[in-house]
Design a protein around this ligand. Structure first.
Ligand code: DAH
Length: 338
């Protein structure tokens, strides 16, 4: 029996050295020291031993248990350490890896153009005014001297809503709203959205305009020309020519459309300008006395001028986009180029 015990002691310590995991350690413990373990089984034969042998065997068994538990403790600790080190190595963060760059956002090209136009006019002393995009017939048309049978009121152009409301077809109604609540002098621009039932390479149902209005006691048409020519130089460069062409708008008299020399062919005539050398960028004129009387201004006392330009058209001249609808398709590959 002593031999058997010595054998077990040798075996278990040798096996302990091989153990790699805590699980294996636990099964080794059960295999030798558990209720049906090898040591336990051998010790069941104690009763058959002689009186002289018993204490010797008992002492030996105790020695083995003591040795084992010390070695078991050590191994357990060592395995824990190893396990932790491995976990740390696996879960560690490599701080030398380059970081992920956050996506870089910027203003939409039309917003960029809108901001540029706004900044040119604010530097010339204009204040920014805004108004509602959902408007009434009165502000969008009537007060702007646009009679009910005017073609601009045609269902084809205007998005009508219920209860007499509509989506403003231009930023001009803000002229009325500002003059209603403010006495002259007035010197404003109105950057904002407008809506029309229209969809082709040069029209989108929602688009942007910048309206301008200057009202004071001696405002002349030549001031209007000076301000717009200065705007054109700042926006498109000093070599760009400006041309005023007689036109009709219900809310201005006289009225003009303003053309600039084609930025692509510099006046020679190309596809962009339809061979004319000129591109129309805005409408303008002297404020019609009817508009003044709609807001309670005395047309004998004040004069004024107004203008309105399409922002997408101007963005297009800057960026040369063949189809302005691409501005609103939200394709980042397109938008990121600006
Ligand atoms: N509201 C006009 C349009 O949308 C543009 C315009 C023309 C505005 C002449 C004006 C103006 O203020 O005087 O076509």
């Amino acid at each position: 029996m002593q031999e058997e015990l010595k054998q077990i002691r040798h075996e278990v310590l040798a096996k302990l050295k091989q153990v790699q995991t805590l699980d294996a350690l636990e099964s080794l413990r059960i295999q030798y020291f558990g209720r049906n373990g090898k040591l336990t089984t051998v010790m069941k034969g104690m009763g058959k031993l002689s009186k002289a042998e018993r204490p010797i065997v008992g002492k030996l068994a105790n020695q083995i248990r003591a040795e084992w538990s010390e070695a078991f403790e050590q191994t357990t600790q060592e395995l824990h350490r190893q396990q932790q080190a491995q976990q740390l190595a696996e879960e560690s963060v490599d701080i030398t890896l380059p970081g992920r760059k956050p996506a870089y956002g910027k203003a939409h090209p039309v917003t960029q153009t809108l901001e540029r136009i706004t900044s040119i006019f604010t530097q010339m002393g204009f204040q920014v005014a805004t108004g509602p995009e959902v408007e009434t017939d009165y502000y969008n048309f009537d007060a702007l001297n646009t009679p009910a049978d005017h073609p601009a009121r045609d269902l084809h152009d205007t998005f009508y809503l219920t209860d007499g409301y509509l989506l403003r077809t231009h930023t001009s109604p803000v002229q009325i709203r500002v003059m209603e609540r403010q006495q002259p002098p007035v010197r404003i621009i109105v950057p904002g959205k407008a809506y029309r039932v229209d969809y082709d390479v040069s029209h989108t149902p929602m688009f942007h305009q910048v309206e301008g209005l200057l009202v004071d006691t001696h405002v002349t048409f030549s001031e209007l020309k000076g301000i717009l020519a200065s705007f054109v130089w700042q926006m498109f460069g000093a070599e760009t020519q400006t041309r005023f062409r007689p036109h009709f708008f219900p809310f201005t008299e006289p009225s003009a459309e303003v053309d600039i020399s084609c930025t692509v062919c510099v006046g020679a005539g190309c596809r962009s300008c339809g061979g004319t050398g000129w591109i129309e960028i805005l409408g303008a004129g002297a404020v019609d006395p009817e508009v003044f009387s709609a807001v309670g201004y005395d047309a004998e006392q004040v004069t004024g001028f107004a203008f309105g330009m399409g922002v997408e058209r101007i963005a297009n001249l800057q960026f040369r986009i063949p189809d302005i609808r691409t501005f609103y398709e939200n394709d980042l590959r397109f938008l990121q180029q600006f």
